[in-house]
Design a protein around this ligand. Structure first.
Ligand code: NAD
Length: 277
């Protein structure tokens, strides 16, 4: 059965998902609606996507007939969008696929949302995103002693991060590999909300936000977004290194994140056979 899909956010990930659907790479998924808070983004989306119902106001989207017809909503907008809209989406009994995992760094918010999802029989999905091995971390979580992620990106990927408001380090002055941050995942996502969603993902899969250690490095010589994950425990060790090509339209975002969202949607719409879940 074909599932009707709505997308929140027409940035690098939203555009890739819509493009993949147009290339018919996601069987049984029909993208029918798009909401982005920026009216100019929505009007530019309209130029190539006449078949979509377009909205720049969430209330109008939520109250529209096309919203009622949706099966799945994909959030690929921002941490704030997750906090602002996900409870209403779940209360309306829609399944929700979330890319801005940083929105789940508030434990109370996440557990309220999980309760709502049980009550409303709506599911919440978090794709593996810009990393690999989330399934393995989940499998060994009871046997973990430590979980760390080191993220290295070009300085331009950190533009606009709240971290720089109170830091002696100025983004434009970084001329060599520089450690910006070392600490917990819960602090990392507040200081770098658009860069370390993956740290929140591994923390939720593993030993939680307080116990997951994050190191963030800016390197002007690097051309990839690199994530190095190290898990140790009584099960052994997992060491994952992912070197991602940044999205051409948003250097903060790795192309793999878009591919992972597309693959997750493909799985949800074609559920009879799944590998690595
Ligand atoms: N889970 C992962 O591994 C992973 C990896 C990369 C990016 N991400 C996250 O996915 C999200 C999308 O990434 P992107 O590269 O496409 O971003 P982007 O900046 O290219 O585009 C985001 C779009 O969403 C819109 N938007 C932002 N806040 C909104 C809101 N509150 N309501 C409605 N629209 C809103 C913006 O106007 C923009 O058009 C970001 O939050 C990013 O941090 C997650």
């Amino acid at each position: 059965m074909v599932k009707k899909v709505g997308i929140i956010g027409f940035g690098s990930i939203g555009k890739e998902i819509i493009a993949a659907a147009k290339r018919e790479e996601i069987p049984n998924a029909k993208i029918v609606a798009l909401f982005d808070k920026e009216p100019q983004v929505i009007s530019s989306a309209g130029q190539d996507n006449a078949e979509l119902h377009l909205f720049s106001d969430f209330n109008k989207f939520y109250e529209s007939p096309v919203y009622s017809s949706l099966d799945i909503i994909i959030e690929c907008a921002s941490k704030d969008a997750v906090r602002e809209f996900s409870k209403r989406i779940i209360k309306s009994k829609k399944d929700l696929l979330v890319l801005s995992v940083g929105g789940f760094s508030d434990q109370k918010f996440l557990s309220e949302l999980q309760d709502l999802s049980i009550f409303n029989n709506a599911k919440i999905w978090i794709p593996t995103g810009a990393i690999a091995g989330l399934d393995s971390i989940r499998s060994v979580r009871k046997y973990l002693d430590s979980l760390t992620i080191t993220t290295t990106k070009h300085p331009k990927s950190f533009a606009g991060a709240p971290y720089f408001k109170n830091s002696k380090i100025k983004l434009d002055d970084i001329s060599k590999e520089t450690v910006l941050f070392e600490g917990s995942a819960i602090t990392a996502i507040e200081l770098f909300p658009a860069n370390v969603n993956v740290a929140v993902s591994i923390a939720l899969a593993g030993i939680g936000l307080e116990n997951t250690r994050v190191k963030i490095i800016a390197d002007p010589m690097i051309s990839v977004n690199k994530h190095e994950i190290l898990c140790k425990g009584s099960f052994g060790e997992i060491h994952v290194i992912v070197q991602n090509i940044p999205s051409p339209t948003n250097p903060k975002t790795s192309y793999l994140a878009s591919l992972s969202a597309i693959e997750c949607l493909r799985g949800l719409c074609n559920e009879n056979f799944r590998i690595g879940t």
